[in-house]
Ligand binder design. Structure first.
Ligand SMILES: Nc1ncnc2c1ncn2[C@@H]1O[C@H](COP(=O)(O)OP(=O)(O)O)[C@@H](O)[C@H]1O
Ligand SMILES: Cc1ncc(COP(=O)(O)O)c(C=O)c1O
Length: 274
């Protein structure tokens, strides 16, 4: 048998039928990076014109998916997205503890697609037990606030303050996304590492009301870059450019849906049409 050594990468996340975010975005991103993507699905999210709902997968079913992933040799990295309840967090903590590969956690605790927000008891457990296992976490501003006692984030100094609190939890790298939520002409994010703070900025794409899947795509791209052997700095820079192109080429799904779904093929498509 010919051995195909394409690097393998895992996402543990929910399904998004509109395919802006969730495992759909993750797999599409992994493909763009030339990786073979595996999935452990935690939930099914449904987005309609009026609401965002999440239906958890049974704990046993998630456990079985993780058991089959354990049979896979040499995963190159893992990304964690939407986890829905404490049992899921506990399972994922035990799974991640056995790994020695880069772990990227996107703490999906509040989404712009609806009024979904996790309970405090969940957040407390998640913060103490799951997040310190990550090589990097990628909260948006709302999530960074939920995870700390910082109540307002309006500028660079606030981003630095919130990242400091998150690092104090034992998390080595924190990448907080100002994104669309932070006022200004630039989409500004802050990476804090043991070596200090570094801002990432790109012009804000203001042609649309909302972008679905930008956070999922960014974290998947960071994990993919690390799986490809990039340094953290290189992986972040590449991911920021990648998600910018994915937003720039996002797809309008229908007049009744407020946001576009990001398209991870954006950067490749850009190169093709130039
Ligand atoms: N309108 C935009 N134009 C350019 N970049 C954006 C825009 N909105 C978000 N981003 C970038 O996309 C990435 C994901 O951020 P964000 O959308 O805030 O995440 P989330 O989906 O978790 O809320 C960040 O790098 C952010 O700066
Ligand atoms: C399964 C799932 N995870 C995460 C998200 C968050 O997406 P975003 O990347 O827009 O933060 C969504 C949003 O639709 C989702 O459906």
């Amino acid at each position: 048998m010919i051995k195909n050594q394409t690097p393998k990468i895992l996402t543990i996340a929910g399904s998004d039928s509109l395919a802006g975010g969730g495992v759909q975005a993750d797999l599409a991103t992994f493909n763009e990076y030339g990786l073979f993507g595996l999935t452990a699905i935690t939930s099914i999210a449904t987005i309609t014109a009026t609401d965002f709902k999440v239906f958890p997968v049974d704990t046993d079913v998630l456990a079985r998916q993780l058991d089959s992933i354990r049979l896979v040799d040499q995963l190159a990295a893992v990304k964690v997205g939407l986890l829905v309840n404490l049992d899921q967090v506990k399972l994922v903590v035990e799974f991640l503890k056995q790994l020695t590969i880069p772990i990227v956690i996107d703490p999906v605790l509040a989404v712009k697609e609806g009024d979904y927000q996790q309970q405090q008891v969940f957040i407390d457990f998640y913060r103490t037990n799951l997040l310190p296992l990550a090589d990097i976490i990628t909260p948006n501003i709302s999530e960074a606030q939920l995870l700390t006692n910082v109540t307002t984030i309006n500028n660079k100094a606030d981003l630095i303050a919130v990242n400091q609190q998150l690092q104090a939890l034992g998390i080595t790298n924190v990448f907080t996304k100002g994104g669309q939520r932070l006022a200004g002409k630039m989409a500004l994010d802050l990476w804090s590492s043991p070596d200090g703070n570094r801002f990432f900025e790109k012009p804000k794409l203001d042609f649309l009301a909302d972008v679905n899947g930008s956070g999922c795509t960014l974290s998947a791209a960071i994990a993919a870059g690390l799986a490809r052997g990039l340094t953290m700095e290189q992986a972040l820079k590449r991911a920021k450019d990648f998600v910018w192109a994915a937003i720039n080429h996002s797809v309008t799904l229908g007049d009744q849906l407020t946001g576009n779904s990001v398209w991870p093929a954006g950067q490749r498509w850009e190169n093709k049409i130039q």
